[in-house]
Design a protein around this ligand. Sequence first.
Ligand SMILES: [Zn+2]
Length: 250
Amino acid sequence: MKFLRVLFLTATVLGSALTAVADHHGKKPIKALIITGGCCHNYHFQTSAMTEGISKTTDVNWTILHEGGTSKDHQSEFYEDPNWAKPYDIVVHNECFAHNVDESYIKKIADGHKNAGVPGLVIHCAMHTYRDIEANDWRKFLGVTSKRHDHQSNYAVKLEKPNHPALKGTPKDWVTPKDELYIIEKLWPSATALATSVSEKDGKAHPVIWVNDFEGTRVFGTTYGHSDDTFRDPVFINLLTQGFIWAAGK
Ligand SMILES: [Zn+2]
């Protein structure tokens, strides 16, 4: 397979007031890596909406790895280093490469998190990334198994664990912008559903927000995040922010 050129864009998005607060308390910014790209979504818009939104309340030093174009089976050279995750406090996965079935490659990604104990924030198509492979390394990291989704609709979100810190500020009557409901075949025993939505097709409830204990490493996930409208919704951006803060442990 031809490797596409690795593109790094490091962006530090800091408000001056936040910098002052952080300096005052002597806290360092959270070092976050976003891995994004692939099929079916507007990753340029999603990345800027997410980084700008989270940086409004949290001091973050962002590194963005956006590659793979619109392909479904891209392989990144970035994971060749077994310590790829080590420089970061958290890694955000918002990529979509469903047809990559290279088992040793996928294991390197999960092992990068496990070995360095680096938490994850996993969004939407990250759950269908590496979907075609039998091996479960990636799904154990995610905390869920999903291989398909229902149609786009405005889905009501029922909070199952309203007191969890990652749900701080999420209203109990939140209805999503037009988005896809991912069908969760399996919630892994290490994972806890924080919120569910009901399929309009068969009436079954599916986890849409959850946390996972990946062998001692925190993972926060949501299957929402298909549309630009979702990334324009302040409720969704706050959800990503609270999940980010919770997973990074700060
Ligand atoms: Zn989608």
